[in-house]
Write a protein that binds this ligand. Structure first.
Ligand code: GAL
Length: 445
């Protein structure tokens, strides 16, 4: 398999997000985000770590951009921290924050790297959370103002936008399970935040297109192919439920199909939050879908699990090969994910905007021979190629991630980078997988 096999126009890139890399949490007028606050709570983040310093990308971006260039990676996906631009989420603008992203964007362009911006990668301004955050319908207005500012400031140079990063994850983990910021729980918090996020996903896109009709606008969706634990009717029903919850919840309303209530009756309660005209507003014909996939889920019926009666059987229990996140390594699932997205006639184009793996990286003689990561990327890419050769509309692939970084509730332990970061000294070491990607991009392996 070679880069050339994917065709000349296939997009190749690398991805990261603001809170996971920037650090500088209180520098140059930045406001507080929900992750700053959440990480101060007890027992929320492994080893009580936080993103206050992270990879110090805020100060070290010239080195990181130079590394992207040296690895020959043509596209860089990063996110904007809302709190740097509008510290309290709404109202006063912080021009130092705008300067920072101008430097990143201009820095990319000077090096011949195309910037791809995610507008929201989970770091909501804390002042908005005090007003209910995603559960408050006013988020639509707050978000629209923020998007408008971004597009006014950066839209002259940035042509590729993603509105939200994985709304399934930030609503589910943040507003239902309470394991991510802001740590809320319960069905009401969950359903209101789902509906408001789904509206923002479409409204944000409309704003960008309104300013720049020729820009490429998408949003990103997490996807895990779901299989049944046993070949029984009960487990197949469990598959349908988990699949609706993980994979259909946000894409289908944007395609005009509504929420997948037929498989998840509890979702009917979302009606409480729906206002006249909302079904129309939920729809948006994205230029592309950002598909983010790492693993698959195997699920079974569970009488004791309220609401959905289905639970995953984790990879450890199944004793299958897995990454440091305890996620099963299952390359065909990326093919399945593409196939499923491709089957929606409303989906125009698919980019894999995240795929990658955390392993236990060991430094020997200043080098990291991360063969497992290379194998993971290689086998997943082969499955992407299979989809492409079957004429599915997949047209790009971004590795997660550039550098090791703050992996949310897991802290710094799981390392996803193609570049190793020593978090004590901030020294970067390009891993063997980084050199492997470089060679691949140069069409040499
Ligand atoms: C995604 C998320 C990223 C990153 C990755 C690896 O869900 O968008 O921020 O953490 O997973 O877990």
């Amino acid at each position: 398999m070679r880069r050339n096999d994917f065709g000349e126009n296939f997009i190749w890139g690398i991805a990261c997000s603001a809170y996971q890399i920037e650090g500088a949490h209180n520098i140059d007028g930045k406001g507080i985000s929900i992750w700053d606050v959440f990480s101060e709570k007890r027992n929320k983040i492994a080893n009580r770590e936080d993103g206050k310093t992270a990879c110090d990308f805020y100060h070290r971006y010239p080195e990181d951009l130079a590394n992207i260039k040296s690895l020959n990676i043509p596209n860089f996906r990063f996110s904007i921290a809302w709190t740097r631009l509008i510290p309290e989420g709404t109202g006063k603008i912080n021009y130092k924050g705008i300067d920072f992203y101008n430097k990143i964007i201009d820095g990319c362009i000077e090096l011949g790297i195309t910037p791809w911006i995610t507008l929201y990668h989970w770091d909501l301004p804390y002042y908005l959370e005090l007003k209910g955050g995603w559960t408050n319908r006013s988020i639509i207005q707050w978000f629209e103002n923020y998007v408008e500012l971004c597009v006014q400031q950066f839209g002259d140079r940035v042509k590729h936008w993603m509105v939200l990063n994985e709304p399934v994850a930030f609503t589910g983990a943040g507003y239902f399970l309470g394991i991510h910021a802001p740590g809320k729980r319960g069905v009401e918090n969950y359903l209101s935040s789902v509906h408001h996020a789904a509206l923002c996903q479409a409204e944000g896109a409309r704003i960008i297109k309104g300013y720049y009709p020729n820009s490429q606008v998408g949003s990103t969706f997490s996807y895990s192919h779901v299989d049944a634990h046993t070949e029984t009717k009960k487990d197949y029903l469990a598959v349908e439920k988990i699949d609706a919850l993980l994979n259909r919840l946000f894409i289908e309303p944007s395609l005009g199909m509504g929420y997948p209530t037929e498989k998840l009756p509890f979702l009917n309660k979302i009606e409480t939050f729906i206002k006249p005209g909302d079904y129309k507003r939920l729809q948006y014909n994205f230029d592309f879908i950002g598909l983010q996939t790492y693993t698959r889920e195997v699920v079974k019926h569970s009488f004791f699990t309220p609401v959905i009666n289905a639970v995953p059987v984790n990879a450890k229990e199944r004793n299958v090969s897995r990454t440091l996140m305890n996620w099963e390594i299952h390359p065909p699932s990326i093919y399945q994910a593409i196939k499923r997205m491709d089957s929606y006639s409303g989906v125009k184009k698919i980019y894999i905007t995240e795929n990658g793996a955390a392993f236990n990286d060991i430094i020997i003689d200043n080098s990291i021979q991360d063969q497992q990561r290379i194998k993971y990327l290689d086998t997943h890419l082969q499955e992407v190629l299979r989809a492409k050769e079957e004429n599915m509309k997949v047209e790009g692939y971004f590795v997660w991630s550039l550098t090791d970084n703050f992996e949310w509730a897991e802290g710094y332990h799981p390392r996803f980078g193609l570049i190793y970061v020593d978090f004590k000294t901030q020294k970067r070491i390009i891993k063997q997988s980084g050199y492997w990607y470089k060679k691949f991009l140069e069409n040499r392996n």
